[in-house]
Design a protein around this ligand. Structure first.
Ligand SMILES: [Zn+2]
Ligand SMILES: [Zn+2]
Length: 152
């Protein structure tokens, strides 16, 4: 990592190293706040803007990319060799990944047919995860009992 950054013209400071290491330990879909909390557990002198700037740097050198789902939180995802898509649960805000190997070829053809040269593929599917659907399907026993108790 140190060497890699040097070839890109960046210096590796101890703080930067801590931020980078923490990010790659956390792995997926990390917000600035989450990374900041984790970094602060080990070095409370690191400022929020330092964490933010280094996240931008990680993206700039191509090791991660931003994921924006329109909920106001920018998440950072480590770059994967092959592109992956995201399922985004609108209830619990959880992100899960799926393999895009099967559809990338299709997307390339669509791009070509529309005379467009793609530089990357991103797919975000919004909806509700199984846990949230099952939560809703279970009858709310306590509420029913309360309603029963309130009957005259
Ligand atoms: Zn992801
Ligand atoms: Zn959910």
């Amino acid at each position: 990592m140190r060497e890699f950054l040097r070839t890109k013209g960046f210096k590796m400071t101890p703080q930067r190293e801590l931020i980078f290491r923490s990010f790659f330990e956390m792995g997926k879909h990390v917000s600035v706040d989450e990374l900041y909390d984790k970094v602060r557990q080990q070095d409370s002198s690191v400022g929020y803007s330092t964490v933010w700037r280094n996240l931008k740097l990680i993206c700039k050198v191509g090791l991660a990319e931003e994921v924006n789902l329109g909920d106001g939180v920018t998440r950072y995802d480590r770059a994967t060799e092959t592109p992956h898509g995201h399922f985004y649960c609108v209830d619990c805000k959880k992100l899960t990944e799926f393999d895009m190997d099967n559809i990338v070829g299709q997307l390339a053809i669509i791009s070509r047919d529309n005379d467009f040269v793609p530089s990357g593929f991103k797919i975000e599917i919004q909806g509700r995860c199984r846990a949230c659907r099952e939560k809703e399907a279970t009858p709310k026993k306590t509420t029913d009992a309360q309603a029963e108790a309130q009957k005259p």
